[in-house]
Design a protein around this ligand. Structure first.
Ligand SMILES: *Cc1c(COP(=O)(O)O)cnc(C)c1O
Length: 411
């Protein structure tokens, strides 16, 4: 039997508890949407103000060197690299996830010229699939083959040039075994592009240990980089001087300031840059990453796993009769940092939760999606969430007409 006291005690013993003070969360809000947009950190607010006033306002163009603007993609990339177990010098913070997907999918297809299949699963995030479709059209030859998630490993064969897979499924929170799948893909000669959008900052990812080839991820979810924050990309050291990124802009040139007429790719990871990057975006992201200071990936994963498990157990205990069906794996080893629930009234229930200060989100057709970020969530927030959910169900508060229609951005 779980009691409120258990959750309060867990907060008192939580080695990560102090990290919450680094965030500017609105009073009284339980924020379970860090998997969609991470909250503002105090560091980002301060650093952005300083970058605007001093770097942009006073030092102007000299800031490219003086304040390290030019090196920011590599410097911020290195910090993200630590959160995903990447080799040194193999991550860049740049562009957006969709753009980075495009760059790496094309680059991979160029490396596997005698194969034509891009494999992915129907559970993958739409932009991954749309970009892959665009690449297939552009390159004329490739075929995008989509299978059910369960059939993904079985569909790996010698036709496959590239597997594109989300480490954690954005809808169900299902976690894929990075090492096993990468190994399987390599055994048939395919490359793998991992999408880490729902992994970095909460899961214990180890790209180097898994011998991953390529990866992308975004900066605005669990990394808390702010709306539209720069994303990141990873290229394994063994591919860095081999791949030919398709967006051959001047920032990826071997000597950008020589202004040569011909493109010559930079050595190493830098060739994956295209053009001038969003400096203010990189500034906010870099500042936000300080929140991870002193923590290991294992600690983040341990708290995340404990939180999702406690939520599921408490939901079973308190809301067992209200028609929720767990959409996420019950086995914690197969679950990312979110819990998704099926419920036919999911949309209205999420709106009722938001109206009570518990912010989660809804994904069609019937997913209630709750993200558990170990940096700023308290165990007592889990207790509060389930108590409010129970009240909404017991009183049928979700039936309020105000909760029935959908707005343009489904939050
Ligand atoms: C959020 C997310 C994206 C987002 O792509 P953008 O280019 O940032 O809009 C891509 N892939 C996955 C798996 C995501 O969860």
């Amino acid at each position: 039997m779980l009691t409120e006291e258990i959750f309060t005690n867990l907060d008192q013993a939580d080695p990560l508890a102090k990290k919450r003070d680094l965030f500017e969360l609105p009073e009284g809000v339980v924020y379970l949407d860090g998997n969609s947009l991470g909250p503002l950190t105090r560091m980002a607010r301060r650093r952005l103000a300083q970058a605007v006033q001093v770097e942009w306002g006073q030092d102007l163009i000299t800031s490219w060197n003086k304040h390290g603007w030019y090196d920011a993609p590599a410097r911020v990339g290195a910090k993200i690299g630590k959160l995903v177990g990447a080799e040194e010098g193999s991550v860049l913070a740049c562009d957006g996830t969709s753009i980075n997907l495009f760059k790496l999918i094309v680059a991979a297809m160029r490396l596997r010229k005698n194969r034509r299949v891009i494999l992915s699963d129907k559970g993958n995030f739409p932009t991954d699939l749309y970009i892959a479709q665009g690449v297939a059209d552009l390159l004329d030859k490739p075929e995008l083959r989509l299978v059910e998630t369960e059939q993904l490993e079985g569909a790996l064969n010698e036709e496959v040039a590239l597997l594109i897979i989300s480490h954690v499924d954005y809808r169900t929170g299902r976690l894929h075994d990075m090492k096993a799948i990468t190994e399987k893909a390599h055994s048939v000669g395919a490359m793998v592009l991992w999408d880490l959008c729902h992994s970095a900052g909460v899961m214990s990812v180890d790209l180097a240990d898994c011998r991953a080839d390529l990866a992308v991820g975004c900066g605005y979810k669990y990394l808390n980089g702010g709306p539209g924050a720069p994303a990141y990309l990873y290229v394994a050291p063994r591919w860095q001087s081999v791949i030919k990124p398709p967006l051959s802009g001047w920032w990826g040139h071997d000597a950008p300031f020589a202004f040569d007429l011909d493109y010559r790719p930079a050595d190493g990871i830098a060739r994956n840059l295209c053009g001038t990057q969003s400096v203010l975006g990189l500034t906010a992201l870099e500042a936000a990453l300080q929140a991870f200071g002193g923590l290991s990936r294992k600690q983040l994963r341990a708290k995340s796993e404990k939180m999702t498990q406690l939520f599921i157990d408490l939901l079973d205990q308190e809301c067992g009769s209200y028609g929720f069906k767990l959409a996420s794996p019950r086995n914690p080893a197969q679950r990312g940092s979110q819990v998704s629930l099926h419920h036919p009234e999911g949309y209205a229930i999420v709106q009722a939760l938001i109206a009570r200060g518990v912010i989660g989100d809804f994904r069609a057709p019937d997913f209630i999606r709750l993200g558990f970020a170990p940096l700023y969530l308290r165990y007592s927030d889990i207790w509060k969430t389930v108590a409010i959910l129970k009240e909404i169900m017991a009183t049928q508060a979700w039936q309020d007409p105000a909760f029935q229609y959908s707005s343009q951005v489904v939050t």
